[in-house]
Design a protein around this ligand. Structure first.
Ligand code: NCD
Ligand code: ZN
Length: 347
């Protein structure tokens, strides 16, 4: 019998996909991420989206101002791609030194995506500029056609949008965000080294039963929606493969309790309070704790062409019961695995 590891020290990790909102709500959630991660890619889907470099610079400053004074956390900003994003805006973003990627939301695909892209062809001049200057495209990969079943929207997106896109722009750096299917894993593996993917804790730990069996569980509802077990298994295999194409992106997406527990509940799961503990749990279940550091701390930085972090963090095998509630502005939210016990604690 192998003796189980009691401590796990990793290069300080980064979160390559994070929502922190803005204003008072942002100020109450940013510390959870800053405690765990050195850097995070900040999603631009505010109510009024971050469509220019100037807006990204101002948003970055608001995040820095909300951090504890001793924090070294660095927000890595993104632009929200629209039908009208110009090549000039792409070069401003690239030259700013604070914008690290551009996010594609198909219009209507998810929270605050109504200003998103209606037809990919409309963005070709911006995508050509990104391909030329090496600014990555971050893709929310779901079609929005109401005729397509919600569980098939990622698979159909790959066929209808992503395959043609990678043919049209063979050197464009693409991160297929929060992948949820074996189809997405296979697509990423079959693509060149300019195509990578992030994987969330919820898609590694849960399948769709966690959302729908024994009642509706709105706090396990996110987009892309949880899929069946075979897909979860494919994601675990990918994340723990040691392949540099797959790296950590929590997609922690805070919504107040009343917005989730509603007749039309919002999509989004908040996991920033214990993100690393969630990933450690998933990797340990797969017998692959030795693969966590690459996934959490190396491969994302390498893909983005940024230096790996120099500090470290330590996870200890010590049980913790997760909080039932997290402050969210002047409200509260129900975090992922609320009230449940995990075997790992971040020191
Ligand atoms: C995200 C949000 O709330 O901003 N929600 C989610 O379910 N993941 C948006 C997104 O990433 O799709
Ligand atoms: Zn997201």
């Amino acid at each position: 019998m192998s003796t189980s590891i009691t401590q796990l020290t990793l290069t300080r990790p980064d979160d390559w996909h994070l929502h922190v909102r803005d204003g008072a709500t942002m100020a109450t959630v940013i510390g959870h991420t800053a405690r765990q991660f050195a850097r995070a890619i900040i999603m631009p889907n505010l109510k009024s989206p971050i469509i220019t470099t100037a807006l990204a610079q101002a948003y970055r400053q608001r995040i820095l101002d909300a951090l504890p004074t001793d924090s070294h956390f660095q927000p890595l900003m993104t632009l929200y791609l629209t039908d009208d994003t110009s090549p000039g805006e792409i070069s401003r973003a690239k030259n700013s030194g604070v914008v690290f990627a551009v996010k594609l939301y198909p219009a209507g695909a998810t929270t605050h995506s109504s200003s998103g892209v209606t037809h990919l062809q409309k963005t070709y001049s911006a995508l050509a500029a990104m391909e030329a200057c090496g600014l990555p495209l971050l893709v929310h990969g779901e079609v929005t056609d109401p005729a397509v079943d919600i569980f098939d929207r990622e698979k159909i997106f790959i066929e209808q949008q992503l395959m043609p896109l990678t043919q049209q722009f063979p050197d464009l750096k693409i991160v297929f965000e929060h992948i949820t299917t074996k189809d997405a894993v296979d697509f990423v593996l079959e693509s060149g080294n300019n195509v990578a993917a992030t994987i969330t804790p919820q898609h590694l730990l849960l399948n769709r039963n966690a959302m729908l069996v024994g009642g509706m569980h709105p706090h396990n509802y996110c987009l892309p929606v949880l899929k069946r077990e075979t897909h979860r298994e494919a994601l675990v295999t990918a994340a723990t493969s040691g392949k540099a194409k797959f790296f950590l992106g929590t997609d922690s997406a805070p919504h107040a309790r009343d917005a989730k527990e509603s007749a039309c509940g919002c999509a989004g799961i908040f996991s920033a309070h214990a993100a690393l503990e969630f990933y450690a749990t998933a990797f340990e279940r797969a017998g692959a704790l030795d693969k966590l550091e690459g996934f959490a701390s190396h491969f994302g930085a390498d893909f983005y062409g940024l230096p790996r972090n120099t500090g470290s963090i330590t996870l200890e095998r010590r049980e913790q019961t997760l909080v039932n509630e997290v402050t969210f502005g002047n409200k509260t939210l129900v975090p992922f695995f609320a009230g449940k016990t995990l075997a790992w604690t971040l020191l």
